[in-house]
Write a protein that binds this ligand. Structure first.
Ligand code: PHE
Length: 354
């Protein structure tokens, strides 16, 4: 047994000295330590040894096994250190505090378009507001004139939390009530019109494809004052969209139903690609559907504390819900909505940062 161990030790020493990397080391370790390895073979032979020599032979095998283990660990450490040293040599000049030579990132296209719109609206006297992603049933539906069990809820199936009455907002309109309460006093006491936009992430239970996502962005806008009419709505939308697309756009309104506006519209712009003649991107209609909007329903103004039941038309206002994701697709020519949430940097970093 002694001789056999001696021979194995010599082999191990020789093999170990020629090991150059971790995988060769592992291979060597298995050839000694695994169930089919050399040490296990020695253990098997132990059975054939006369009883009085068994104890000593067993001890020899055990201490050899320990030795192999230790030398294996030492070699592994040595290889790890070598690998680290190699890496440090390669990146000798790396300094964590140095800015990189290449641009170190870019804004998400939705962020770009959101900031652009915020600037445009701010220049028109609008406040930019933030709102929660988790909202309650009242703000998302009830306060917007969508009572429980109303079929209009079917269009906005979303994700409900296990906490009672909490859900992920299905549209930015969920913030309207909050905005009215925040700025209502200034309107009524100081005559300061409410002009606010609120961008935000929205969620809906959608089957995902190139045009539908369960997570997308909108930008809501409201303007409330005395004598606000559809003309104000058209003027603001036209001015804003001409800025976004950097050319004069032609808009038109079609009737559209949303329980929180009356009358409600779909706002279209004349196709920017064919100028209205008809092309594949406007499905040959000459128009692109861009943004639902309308005059805020009296019940919504009532819920927001703007008007009273006694004087339900004292103040009027318009609201619109711009699809930021849709706008980004149109402005940047992105054909598949999934690009925005995929996190694929090679696609997302192509947009110019500011
Ligand atoms: N919140 C509506 C939607 O997401 C859009 C909308 C906003 C319609 C404001 C009218 C006025 O479908």
């Amino acid at each position: 047994m002694k001789d056999k161990i001696e021979a194995l030790r010599a082999k191990f020493t020789k093999d170990l000295s020629s090991v150059k990397d971790l995988s060769a080391l592992e291979e060597l370790r298995l050839s000694f330590m695994s169930k089919k390895g050399a040490i296990q073979d020695l253990m098997k032979e132990l059975g054939a040894i006369p009883n009085e020599q068994k104890k000593e032979a067993g001890q020899l095998i055990n201490s050899f096994k320990q030795e192999v283990n230790e030398r294996f660990e030492n070699k592994k450490k040595e290889l790890d250190e070598l690998a680290l040293k190699f890496l440090m040599d390669q990146t000798e000049s790396y300094d964590e505090s140095m800015p990189t030579k290449d641009p170190c990132g870019s804004y998400h296209p939705i962020t770009l378009i959101q900031r652009e719109l915020e600037d445009i609206f701010e220049s028109m006297g609008f406040d930019v507001e933030d709102y929660n992603e988790i909202v309650d049933d009242y703000h998302c539906f009830e306060a917007l004139n969508i009572p429980k069990f109303h079929p209009a809820r079917d269009m906005q199936d979303t994700y409900y939390l296990s906490t009672p009455n909490q859900l992920l907002k299905s549209h930015t309109s969920a913030a309207q009530n909050h905005i009215m309460k925040k700025y209502g006093d200034a309107l009524k006491n100081e005559g300061r019109p409410i002009r606010a936009v609120f961008p935000g992430r929205c969620f809906r239970n959608e089957a995902i494809d190139a045009c539908h996502e369960n997570t997308f962005f909108q930008m809501e806008g409201v303007m409330i004052d005395k004598d606000i009419s559809i003309s104000n709505l058209i003027y603001f939308m036209k001015t804003m969209l001409s800025e976004v697309f950097e050319r004069d756009v032609t808009v038109r309104l079609r009737p559209g139903f949303f329980p929180f506006v009356e009358p409600g519209f779909e706002l279209d712009i004349k196709c920017l690609i064919c100028g209205g003649d008809g092309c594949p991107s406007c499905k040959n209609s000459g128009w692109l559907e861009l943004c639902p909007c309308g005059m805020i329903h009296p019940n919504v103004l009532l819920h927001g504390g703007i008007n009273t039941k006694e004087d339900p038309f004292k103040y009027t206002g318009f609201a619109f819900g711009l699809g930021l994701t849709r706008l980004a697709m149109m402005k940047y020519g992105v054909g598949d909505i999934r690009v925005f949430n995929d996190g694929d940097l090679s696609a997302l970093s192509q947009f110019v940062s500011r």
